[in-house]
Ligand binder design. Structure first.
Ligand code: GUN
Length: 293
């Protein structure tokens, strides 16, 4: 029987631990953890994600501060806001929702966040700590850290002898995911759009992690029988069966056909997605604890 990995349940247990850590901080005389989320422009999907992050922060007992800036915000104004959040003693974590509108350059914005407040784990200091094997003193990128918890549910902490394939090489996910798997002793391959034969690479993987943003690209005949499949894709596709003009969310993996071949598989929705927000909350409470000394 294939295990369908329950990301909602895993996220709920992270949130429970975070909420209790936040309460401990407050009752020990410190203030609530503070999370500042910055969103620029009107992208509906980004607003939905940011709304969910702000609501979860409140549910965890945090001080949740949302800054909504207009689409035509200048680079200088955005950098000034980040500088003021860096200097604000009430703020433990800063997240600038990506992607930014086209006229803005995200890299200088992300790199201007203080590494100790970079709860997205995207600052070069945090990325560098992960790349050099320091998983303790920095902040880890949320989606890979969440995906890794799901991998550990199936395989435990030590992935020695297992082949892992990460499809996707972004700084936000693919690269940090590969680093985490490597750190757990997996033999790691990163596949991407220029790889010669992705299906063949996939057939060697005991752990396959898909993050390409292409609906149901990974097919059943790509899988090694008994593989663990972690689906990081969130794709909106037409769902005429739900009515005209309706949409549904699907992953990068063709779930129905892959499920019988896999040993374990994460669904979309309800797999990695809830873990991303949970790990953002975990990073915020970690940052607050460190700042409290
Ligand atoms: N946009 C999509 N995913 C993310 C994320 O994890 N962090 C940020 N800042 N923006 C995103």
């Amino acid at each position: 029987m294939t295990t369908v990995i329950d990301g909602k349940a895993a996220a709920a247990s992270v949130i429970e631990a975070v909420t209790s850590a936040a309460t401990t901080l407050e009752t020990s005389g410190h203030r609530k953890p503070g999370l500042a989320v910055v969103i620029v422009g009107d992208d509906p999907a980004s607003h939905a994600y940011v709304g969910a992050k702000s609501r979860m922060a409140k549910q965890c007992g945090f001080n949740s501060i949302q800054h909504t800036l207009p689409e035509d915000t200048s680079q200088a104004d955005l950098m000034t806001l980040v500088a003021s959040l860096n200097a604000d003693p009430q703020v433990d974590g800063i997240l600038v929702q990506l992607p930014l509108p086209k006229h803005l350059d995200s890299d200088p914005v992300i790199q201007s966040i203080l590494p100790e407040k970079d709860v997205d784990g995207l600052h070069i200091v945090n990325a560098g700590k992960l790349a050099t094997g320091d998983l303790k003193t920095g902040l880890l990128s949320c989606t890979p850290a969440g995906a890794m918890i799901l991998v550990r549910q199936i395989h435990g902490n030590d992935l020695s002898g297992l082949n892992a394939l990460v499809i996707g090489r972004s700084n936000l996910f693919g690269k940090p995911m590969a680093q985490l798997l490597l750190n757990a002793n997996a033999t790691v391959t990163i596949g991407h759009s220029r790889s010669r034969d992705l299906p063949e690479l996939a057939r060697q993987a005991d752990i396959l992690v898909a993050a390409v943003g292409r609906a149901e690209m990974v097919k059943a005949d790509w899988l090694k029988p008994g593989a663990t499949v972690i689906d990081v894709g969130i794709n909106r596709v037409a769902a005429p069966e739900k009515g005209e003009g309706k949409f549904k969310l699907v992953g990068d993996v063709a779930f129905a056909e892959c499920k019988p071949v896999a040993k374990a598989i994460s669904p979309v929705p309800g797999g990695v997605g809830p873990m991303t927000i949970a790990m953002l909350m975990a990073n915020t409470v970690i940052a607050a604890h460190r700042r409290a000394g």
